[in-house]
Write a protein that binds this ligand. Sequence first.
Ligand SMILES: CCCCCCCCCCC/C=C/C(=O)SCCNC(=O)CCNC(=O)[C@H](O)C(C)(C)COP(=O)(O)OP(=O)(O)OC[C@H]1O[C@@H](n2cnc3c(N)ncnc32)[C@H](O)[C@@H]1OP(=O)(O)O
Length: 404
Amino acid sequence: MAMAYLAWRLARRSCPSSLQVTSFPVVQLHMNRTAMRASQKDFENSMNQVKLLKKDPGNEVKLKLYALYKQATEGPCNMPKPGVFDLINKAKWDAWNALGSLPKEAARQNYVDLVSSLSPSLESSSQVEPGTDRKSTGFETLVVTSEDGITKIMFNRPKKKNAINTEMYHEIMRALKAASKDDSIITVLTGNGDYYSSGNDLTNFTDIPPGGVEEKAKNNAVLLREFVGCFIDFPKPLIAVVNGPAVGISVTLLGLFDAVYASDRMVFFSLLPLQATFHTPFSHLGQSPEGCSSYTFPKIMSPAKATEMLIFGKKLTAGEACAQGLVTEVFPDSTFQKEVWTRLKAFAKLPPNALRISKEVIRKREREKLHAVNAEECNVLQGRWLSDECTNAVVNFLSRKSKL
Ligand SMILES: CCCCCCCCCCC/C=C/C(=O)SCCNC(=O)CCNC(=O)[C@H](O)C(C)(C)COP(=O)(O)OP(=O)(O)OC[C@H]1O[C@@H](n2cnc3c(N)ncnc32)[C@H](O)[C@@H]1OP(=O)(O)O
């Protein structure tokens, strides 16, 4: 801890950013569509934002920031390699050196993207989202706020990539039920931190009750059916503000939202920079589709494209998800929050009864079908959860043998 802190202090003194050990594949960065966009001014703004960080973002991020800063300002690593016992400088050198011949402009863009992905922990004044007016207490896994006619339900387990544990399933249902009755006009779901949500918390599979795994699977099928049912029946416009990658059930549910706005944010996955993605790896997990996606996705994006996602686990970028109709619009990450919340505030000024009635007209003829699909999907999943394929996938993740 002490060393980490020292490294952080040193890094902040020696440059406006910080440090990291990394090995970005240079090719990926070169090919990044947005890689050449950040101006010197964006870069300087990001450097200033780093100074406003409210909490320590962790050594991995700090080393990334340090390396990208050095690469963006000085080019490839030109320092002699520190000795093995000079731990801090060695870590910094490794991080910088790992960037190889990455062009300065690409490093600058990646620095800006990384700082922007830290935005929830920044004291930024540019955010215009609601949150300060009325904050509901009594939630452990969510932050629920209401302002300007918008109730915002924010997944709040950023350290676990907003994985949905049993408590969160219950709290989301409770928050949706409250939002359906409060005086807000529209309801928004979003995530805190760099992920929108990594889907079902795989530790949900671990605490087996006295009744055994069959009972657990049965109870969870009931829970899941009720959970998805809340989305099917939600009476007001429901909008997803997808701030980062989305996995599993957090993706499938999007087919039940009225609008989905996504950021084109780059995130780091195992130290590789990736665009935010929409991923439903059900077969990899020995599971099957839920959230009514077996019905909504083929309708939204064509049966063949839905098959690629739901059966073969193809990951879509935000841009691709938009082209397929799952996402309504993609925004540059630098302006995402501002543009989306400005738009949502305007929506929330529309006549509330007209909004509800119009939503009902659209949903009415599908509701019965959606509930039937939901019931069937939960039934099938109940069996899948008891399969060896599913058990092995979960054990592999929990023993850190596999990641998506
Ligand atoms: C007996 C029957 C019981 C059934 C109960 C079921 C209830 C309803 C089920 C509804 C059906 C839903 C299906 C789905 O949603 S399928 C999708 C499930 N999600 C995943 O498979 C994602 C797994 N996570 C990952 O692959 C990676 O974590 C990820 C790519 C998301 C991020 O990688 P990265 O390297 O950037 O970060 P870390 O892996 O280090 O993650 C940070 C910490 O967060 C924890 N984490 C992340 N995601 C999950 C998750 N889904 N479940 C549990 N924990 C998660 C991760 O372990 C790290 O924690 P630690 O810091 O403590 O190690």
